[in-house]
Design a protein around this ligand. Structure first.
Ligand SMILES: [Zn+2]
Length: 138
């Protein structure tokens, strides 16, 4: 990056001679120039951001699926009743993913899968039993 000497004088407090402890967060090479610089150049900035997006993407995707699953279960549950029924095909149609859940319990041979406080277990045929985890009930 080219820095005009006039600008460097105006922005003097942003410059430092102590470059030894300052490294590019992308390539870990020593940085020169402004004290608030984090990358060597645009290429390093892009490389860093692309890599971070790649690493964070699966987490964001799974969080999105979990939030959607939770919302679907919440909507399916009748708030008047502690337990309610729906069907596997209906949940699938609503976009529910049976692959992702936060935890599960096995009680009396039945496995309840939970997405946060909302859980379900398979009933007969296509039937799904829903439950909201409440301190008194679970
Ligand atoms: Zn760099």
């Amino acid at each position: 990056m080219y820095i005009c000497k006039c600008l460097s004088k105006i922005n003097y407090p942003l410059y430092t001679m102590e470059t030894t402890s300052r490294i590019c967060i992308a390539c870990h090479k020593k940085l020169r120039g402004r004290a608030d610089k984090r990358y060597c150049d645009e290429r390093c900035r892009n490389a860093y951001n692309n890599n971070r997006n790649l690493l964070e993407r699966p987490i964001k995707d799974i969080n999105y699926i979990l939030r959607r699953n939770r919302k679907i279960l919440e909507n399916e549950l009748n708030k008047k009743s502690a337990q309610r029924k729906t069907t596997r095909s209906r949940l699938a149609r609503l976009g529910f993913s049976f692959t992702y859940f936060t935890h599960f319990f096995s009680i009396d041979g039945n496995t309840w899968h939970f997405t946060y406080e909302y859980g379900y277990r398979a009933g007969d045929n296509d039937e799904i039993l829903l439950v909201k985890q409440q301190d008194e009930n679970w």
